[in-house]
Ligand binder design. Structure first.
Ligand SMILES: [Zn+2]
Length: 189
């Protein structure tokens, strides 16, 4: 349980930091080999060329990955990065990854349904929110409908200046898949 809470705290922090930005800079494209750095619980993706250098939170091994794409450290990719400024700190965000002219990751496209998603302002819910008995597990959510929620989870850490809303991407197909899952899940009982 302690590990779970720690995990949620770290995820919560990275979410609050990553999405609560006040303004967004112009995108920068970097063509390079990806490098990874394990720092305690969080793995970072390091990207740099002659004029830019970014460190992006990539995941929490072995299970949690923030960006749904697999990268080979021996291959060259073109990464598109934007920076948000949050409380004076620049937070880089990965928008797109291309390899040999093919887009292999796009923050606006659902990785399961390959459809362009809606960018919407939603409420951030704080506190420890665990799935109910009739709800899918976190793994099922990630595999079947990762972008169905019309709210985001801010984690356990909340203070008076915590942001109340943020912009997220929502997939219509994920919402349909979730509705189907609910129906199918009822039949089994
Ligand atoms: Zn989807």
């Amino acid at each position: 349980m302690r590990i779970l809470i720690q995990l949620l705290l770290t995820v919560a922090l990275s979410y609050v930091v990553a999405f609560a930005g006040e303004h967004v800079q112009q995108p920068v494209a970097i063509t390079t080999r990806p490098r990874f750095d394990d720092r305690g619980q969080v793995t970072y993706l390091l990207l740099s060329d002659n004029s830019h250098s970014y460190e992006l939170s990539w995941g929490m091994p072995p299970k949690i990955r923030f960006v749904p794409v697999t990268l080979d450290t021996n291959s060259i990719y073109t990464f598109t990065v934007t920076e948000r400024s949050y409380k004076g700190i620049a937070i880089p965000e990965l928008r797109r990854v291309q390899q040999e002219g093919q887009t292999i990751y796009d923050v606006e496209v659902c990785e399961i349904h390959k459809t362009k998603m809606e960018h919407k302002k939603v409420r951030i819910l704080y506190g420890l929110i665990l799935p109910g008995p009739d709800e899918p597990t976190g793994d099922a959510e990630q595999q079947l409908f990762p972008h169905r929620r019309e709210h985001s989870l801010g984690g356990c850490v909340v203070s008076s200046d915590s942001p109340k809303t943020e912009m997220i991407y929502i997939c219509t197909e994920c919402k349909k898949a979730y509705a189907r899952w609910k129906v199918e899940n009822k039949k089994i009982k």
